[in-house]
Design a protein around this ligand. Structure first.
Ligand code: ASP
Length: 359
């Protein structure tokens, strides 16, 4: 059964007709117009990172591989939602598929730090309770989004980091792997290229070199590769989650926006659920995910309008990236100010869209 949202527009003509309370004016004052808009029972949207993803740099095989993995991932969440499962469950399990794929910068295939390690960040948020969980800088937890959910549900904290987070993950019975599990040659190659460029620039930091921190050898261009998901379930509950390896060549325990609630992830049943991807430092400063929710909440903007304003703010600061989001009425938005963003949506009719480049 579809849920129907009634929009009742009461035409208040009383003030205008204050001096002439004719029966016609009275009748008009009481007249109502009812619009019914179908609200989808559930909806799900995902991203696999935004960046300089250009068709000319992609092979047909690589493009097909990304599309297939995006579809595999979103179908997992779709099935959960279709069968009445929670948006939290859909977000976690959908992200697991992308974490387990070396195509994305999350879980297996995460980018390398300057010390040639992989340090993973993740977060998840429940729009019903505003409860949230996050982990930063872990090296042994196979699926960081599962750790984020465990932090949310099984601890009294919101964010755990490093060794402590790993001990907690073990205590929770999560799958622990040797750090070498995350290693992929492709990402190591990216690190080497970045370091070579850095050496030539003698440590000079400019915009170009900052972009090079995201250099991806496979698609011969800069890109980000975080994964994320936002979903609305049949009970009207929203959830969002984000998982990443962060940025190539990061050091000093750098943490990006992905595990920061309000930046990388936010969900509120009253507004929307958002997952971000992009240049983390700017997404933290712009408080992207919460800002989108706040614009809907306080200003009554649509999800689309809110997302645009906030991404423009990121651009004004000098950063770039994108978001995927779903609002409480099931409207889905994928917006980005980069050349492309891996993304997919599914609605309650089972309709699937997949995108990579700008449309
Ligand atoms: N936002 C992530 C970070 O800065 C990177 C990404 O989205 O790929 O850590």
């Amino acid at each position: 059964m579809k849920k129907i949202i009634p929009f009742v527009l009461v035409l208040c003509l009383c003030l205008a007709c204050k001096n002439e309370p004719t029966s016609k004016a009275m009748a008009e004052a009481e007249s109502t117009t009812e619009h019914t808009i179908e609200k989808p029972e559930f909806a799900i949207i995902i991203h696999g990172g935004a960046g300089t993803i250009l068709k000319k740099n992609m092979t047909p095989e690589k493009e097909a591989a990304y599309k297939a993995k995006l579809e595999e991932a979103i179908r997992v969440g779709y099935e959960i939602l279709k069968n009445g499962g929670s948006s939290l469950e859909a977000v976690e399990k959908t992200i697991n598929v992308m974490e387990d794929s070396p195509l994305f910068n999350a879980g297996k295939g995460a980018v390398f730090t300057n010390a040639e390690t992989n340090e993973l960040d993740a977060s998840i948020m429940d729009g019903k309770t505003l409860n949230a969980g996050a982990s930063a800088g872990t090296t042994t937890v196979r699926n960081p989004i599962n750790l984020a959910r465990a932090v949310m549900e099984q601890s009294k904290h919101v964010m755990l980091s490093g060794k402590g987070a790993e001990i907690f993950a073990e205590e929770q019975g999560l799958t622990i792997v040797d750090p070498s599990y995350f290693h992929t040659d492709r990402r190591l190659e990216s690190l080497k290229r970045v370091k070579e460029r850095e050496a030539k620039q003698e440590g000079k930091v400019d915009t170009e070199s900052a972009y090079l921190d995201f250099y991806d050898t496979d698609i011969k261009n800069a890109k980000f590769g975080t994964v994320g998901c936002a979903a609305l379930d049949k009970n009207g509950n929203l959830a969002a989650g984000t998982s990443t390896g962060g940025m190539t060549n990061k050091r000093y325990g750098r943490v990006g926006d992905a595990p920061i609630i309000g930046s990388g992830t936010y969900a509120n049943n009253a507004t929307c659920a958002v997952s971000s991807t992009g240049w983390g430092e700017y997404f933290i400063r712009a408080q992207v995910a919460h800002d989108i929710s706040a614009l809907i909440d306080y200003k009554g903007l649509s999800l689309k309008e809110a997302a645009k304003i906030v991404l423009d703010k990121v651009a004004d600061l000098g950063g770039d990236g994108g978001i995927v989001a779903v609002d409480k009425d099931g409207n889905m938005v994928a917006d980005f100010n980069t050349a492309g963003m891996y993304r997919a949506t599914m609605n309650d009719k089972g309709e699937l869209t997949i995108g990579i480049y700008e449309q």
